[in-house]
Write a protein that binds this ligand. Structure first.
Ligand code: NAD
Length: 500
């Protein structure tokens, strides 16, 4: 068994805690690694390193900070394959999917490299006679990131490249289920020239998270994970005076209008529902065909495609989807299908009995793709986030009924509409109360230079991640008003200055 360590002050460290947890390869069900679970004192060491590194890093010209990130980006391009292999071996997603994840993370680094541009301030000449005013964005200090299992590379990279580019130092607490990739990122940042202590990793669970939430030197927390934990992070962090952005769970609906291109829609739904075994916060988990005719035609197209899904280990290049992340998660997903069936949903394709017969992978956490029809809003398969390869069909008779269904859910991360009608598409994108919208695009994940985030119970806090929203989150604005002596005596003024 090897230990997966922390990374503090430019080196791997084992810390003080004796608590550990096994890390599994979901493709085989084997474990030959333990992740160390940090104590509050380990978190303290990491925060102290980040705090000590901040004054110098924050005053390093943005251009130089960007150059470090530029070298880091080159390393990522060269070693993307290695990183994808590491993350997939703990998550279970296919290698190509993992490579896609690395690329989406790398794009945030590309955005962050433009820091000298996005940190440019504003200047107003003559806000009063002989008086000028300018504002700048300055870093906050030590920022922390707490991330979920489903994107071990991309989600941390929604956070730290922008945070570092803005002049902050950072402590990352990755998911304890997929801890290894974060150490590679830390090593490669150091190799790219990042000074010691600017980026640190503490492995751990609730104990480490609570230590970050309660640490007086942590100024801001970025979180991505499930909604109950996101709410807890937001409430605890803000009550301790920190800035918090906490992104939560999702239940993403795709509305299929009668005029949709059904072949395109079926293909889009296959990738969006079953890609990464449904373990994506932007996965489409509910299909809402408008009319029974559309529902029947869509299901007829989907069934053979789901039955033909190639389910296998990440190491096999023709796998469409891999296993779920843990044995417990597979049980949970299977339990939801049971509950849906018991509540009256029709199990059109049943993934529960899927068995992986490839030699060496029989004990992996595989489950087959599942399609449920006649799902209704009172069922747990509609209400809860299943986070597995399960697509529920909720039939509706009009656009308005479909829109009402989307609005009746607490989650509002992403949604999509499939239609050929521009007017319907435009009305949908204007009216729907969801953060990220796809028009004939099933997984509308915004690019790095835009910002990612949902609405309602899918987010707590005011700022989405990366893009200019990330810059706003990781900086505070300072405004300076300047007057130079003009050689004439001025008398003191006691009324509210109006300058002009
Ligand atoms: P999770 O909430 O269980 O864990 C996320 C992080 O919180 C981990 O680092 C974990 O160690 C920590 N954590 C877990 N329980 C805690 C507790 N009681 N106290 C303090 N910290 C705790 O989420 P997960 O299972 O790793 O990830 C899946 C979830 O993440 C899904 O709900 C998914 O929708 C969501 N997610 C959302 C987005 C988004 O952008 N909205 C993106 C990816 C994933």
């Amino acid at each position: 068994m090897t230990d997966i360590t922390h990374y503090i002050n430019g080196s791997t460290v084992t810390g003080t805690s004796s608590r550990t947890q096994p890390v599994y390869d979901p493709a085989t069900g084997d474990s030959d690694k333990n992740v160390l679970l940090a104590s509050a004192s380990d978190v303290d060491t990491a925060v102290a390193a980040a705090k000590a590194a901040w004054p110098k890093w924050s005053k390093t010209p943005a251009l130089r900070r960007a150059r470090v990130l530029d070298r880091f980006k080159s390393i990522l391009w060269e070693r993307a394959d290695e990183l994808a292999g590491i993350l997939a071996s703990e998550h279970g997603k296919t290698h190509d999917d993992a490579l896609g994840e690395v690329t989406r993370g790398l794009e945030v680094v590309e955005f962050a490299i433009s820091a000298p541009s996005f940190l440019k301030g504003e200047f107003s000449e003559n806000v009063g006679t002989g008086v000028d005013s300018h504002n700048i964005r300055q870093s906050l200090g030590v920022c922390a990131g707490i991330t979920p299992f489903n994107f071990p590379v991309m989600v941390p990279m929604w956070m730290f490249p922008v945070s570092l580019a803005c002049g902050n130092t950072f402590v990352l607490k990755p998911s304890e289920r997929v801890p290894s990739a974060s150490l590679k990122l830390a090593e490669w940042l150091t190799e790219a020239g990042l000074p010691e202590g600017v980026f640190n990793v503490v492995q751990g669970d609730k104990e480490a998270v609570d230590a970050l939430l309660n640490h007086p030197d942590v100024k801001a927390i970025s979180f991505v994970g499930s909604t109950p934990i996101a709410k807890y992070i937001y409430e605890t962090g803000t009550s301790n005076g920190k800035r918090v952005q906490a992104l939560g769970g999702a239940k993403n609906h795709a509305i299929i209008m009668p005029d949709a291109d059904l072949d395109m829609t079926a293909n889009a739904l296959m990738g969006a529902a079953y890609g990464s075994a449904g373990e994506r916060c932007m996965a489409i988990s509910v299909a809402v065909p408008v009319s029974d005719v559309v529902a029947d035609a869509l299901i007829e197209k989907l069934v053979p495609m789901i039955n033909a899904l190639k389910i296998g280990p990440t190491s096999e290049s023709d796998s469409d989807m891999g296993p779920l992340v843990t044995a417990q998660h597979r049980e949970k997903v299977s339990g939801y299908i049971d509950a849906g069936e018991a509540a009256g949903a029709k199990v059109v394709v049943d993934g529960r009995n899927y068995r992986q017969d490839k030699q060496g992978f029989e004990n992996g956490y595989y489950i087959g793709g599942t399609l449920l029809d006649n799902v209704t809003p009172d069922m747990s398969v509609w209400k809860d986030e299943i986070f597995g390869p399960v697509l529920s069909v909720v039939r509706r008779n009009s656009y308005q009924e479909a829109l009402d269904l989307v609005h009746s859910h607490d989650f509002a991360n992403g949604t999509a509409i499939f239609t050929r009608d521009g007017d319907t598409a435009r009305a949908f994108s204007q009216d729907v109360e969801v953060g990220m919208i796809g028009i004939n695009v099933p997984i509308p994940v915004p690019m790095a230079f835009h910002s990612f985030g949902g609405w309602k119970a899918s987010i707590f806090g005011d700022h989405h991640m990366h893009g200019m929203e990330g810059v706003r989150f990781y900086t505070r604005i300072k405004t300076t008003t300047t007057r130079w002596p003009d050689g004439q005596r001025s008398d003191a003024e006691f009324v509210m200055p109006t300058l002009g």
